[in-house]
Design a protein around this ligand. Structure first.
Ligand code: HEC
Length: 250
């Protein structure tokens, strides 16, 4: 009886200092990396959004909105939002995995801005179709192709504009929770879940409509927005969608 107890106690100690914590650490690092990636993709979207009237200016040729000026604004935005300095990532307290993946997402975002230079700098055209959503879809696709890490912006079916962004079952369920009025609108509060027997962590970051979104997603419902899609009649603070990440934890 005593020996059995000792055995169980030892097992408990092993579990506490050995196996369990390293698994938990790997999982929490994967979650934190997913959260940081989601905020980085959305920060890029926000930077594009902040430059929208410049990009849409028909009178201007060269707009000086290029990969370098984009990166400077992205770095400032990210420091403010994620409290991580992308210029000094090596000394930041973020998981090793994030140190590897964040620069790859920065590259994918810069590459997207680079690809669109001829469009952005075209004189005589107002709306050019380069908006946060197209930027986000393409930057995420480039990142996925390079790293194999799943990253996408998505939304509920009733709001879906680009079928490539269609949500899966898990994403639909999480967005229901994000849409609840009691869910915090600030603080970048994510929802996570382990899948694949704990080998993969899923991370979702909510995107709520702000004033700047309503020109395209707001009222009058059914009217065409500048991008040619129907406005959805949404209000400020309502859920627009989410950024979804899946990342291996071992
Ligand atoms: C200039 C018009 C415009 C503005 C402003 C705009 N969007 Fe969109 N949004 C679009 C278009 C067009 C798409 C589809 C783009 C694509 O092809 O991927 C889209 C797609 C999305 C998606 C991806 C899911 C889908 O429907 O394909 C989300 C989420 C989203 N928008 C949320 C927002 C939020 C939140 C804001 C404000 C921060 C915002 N949008 C501002 C036009 C706009």
């Amino acid at each position: 009886m005593k020996r059995q107890f000792l055995f169980l106690a030892l097992l408990g100690v092993f579990a506490a200092i050995g196996f369990a914590p390293s698994t938990v650490r790997a999982e929490s690092e994967a979650i934190e990396t997913g959260r940081l990636l989601a905020i980085l993709l959305d920060s890029g979207r926000v930077v594009v959004g902040a430059n929208q009237s410049l990009i849409n200016d028909p009178d201007k040729g060269d707009k000086n909105f290029n990969p370098d000026t984009f990166e400077k604004q992205l770095t400032a935005k990210y420091k403010d939002r994620a409290k991580v300095d992308l210029d000094n990532l090596k000394s930041e307290k973020v998981p090793e995995l994030a140190k590897k993946l964040l620069p790859q997402l920065v590259e994918a975002e810069k590459k997207t801005v680079a690809d669109y230079q001829p469009v952005i700098n075209k004189q005589g055209v107002g709306f050019k179709g380069f908006i946060p959503a197209t930027f986000g879809t393409q930057a995420a696709a480039k990142f996925v192709a390079k790293t194999g890490v799943y990253l996408k912006q998505t939304t509920t079916d009733n709001l879906l504009r680009n079928p490539k962004n269609k949500a899966d079952e898990f994403e639909v369920a999480v967005m229901k929770r994000f849409a609840e009025p009691s869910y915090p609108r600030t603080g970048e509060k994510i929802i996570t879940e382990a899948t694949d027997g704990g080998k993969t962590m899923r991370v979702m970051l909510p995107l709520y409509y702000g004033k700047g979104c309503l020109g395209c997603h707001g009222d009058p419902k059914g009217e065409k927005d500048i991008s040619g899609y129907m406005k959805e009649g949404k209000k400020e603070g309502e859920l627009g969608g989410a950024i979804s990440v899946q990342i291996a934890s071992k």
